[in-house]
Design a protein around this ligand. Sequence first.
Ligand code: SF4
Length: 337
Amino acid sequence: MRPTGKLHLGNYVGALENWVRMQEQYDCFFFIADWHALTTDYADPSHLKENLVDVLLDWLAAGLDPAKCVMFIQSHVPVHAELHLLFSMITPVGWLERVPSYKEQKENIKEKDLNTYGFLGYPVLQSADILIYKADVVPVGEDQVAHVELTREIARRFNGFYIGGFNDKKREYVFPEPAALLTPAPRLPGTDGRKMSKSYGNAVLLTDPEPVVRQKLKTMVTDPARIRRSDPGNPDICPVGDLHKIFSSKDTMAKVYEGCRSAGIGCIECKSWAADTLVKILNPMQERRKKYEDNPRLAWDILEAGSARAREVAGATMDEVRSAMGLDYGPVKGSTK
Ligand code: SF4
């Protein structure tokens, strides 16, 4: 995850909630991608550290547990950069130019100059991030599947060029080809009805206190056909209805459908039920976060221990990579060192 600062409910349902489940089933490595942030925000890295700490606190608040998964900072495991460099030697430029998000972002992000080597190559860095842990699966949304496919292609190309070794005369490959584990992410609307996003200013943050959550929901757009209290509405075309569907209980949902369609409830009441549900989800997170906010050293220690563990695993892979590529030069014959 890029260090974008405080996370919102869209980040939670789109990724974090799933990660918290995954840590129970897999050996998970989650990292804060500070180098990836620089591929687009290279001109002003001044908020990087503050944003990075906020992301970490929100991870811990949401329930990621250092006893169950490894959390680290990308730049604290410098061999990611070494593998990125080696992969960049074997990756055809055409593969990168046809990554859908490359063209899309270059067209959409006009305020930054993305004609850089780093921006074109960021999917190669991502491949290194994944393959250095020999990941079997990568939890991604639909828009990231192409990146995992590229990772598989790079792994295949590497394995084609360089032999990992032999086991019982059978050729061994250095890298497995990881699979994309699609996260079924419901589209979470923001207060203006568009997809929830910090850049649209329509997000409910995981750190928003109760009065702020209630105020934000009060201003949320509703079914446009419901102008007066006496007009019946339709929760299926209302962003507040979508919020209920994602977070509320079946009972509340039934009351929403019934009350909205019969004009038996007003939108203000309906929104206050949605706020009740959100507050119930956010309260325990905010309590967990507080422990680390009061003692940021605790959170930082978690990242440092995670980074050390990640360096061990990634370092072992790099030994194999250097050996497969013939880069493990021992001392030259006759040398004293
Ligand atoms: S009652 Fe609820 S679901 Fe119906 S239009 Fe109002 S806010 Fe939307």
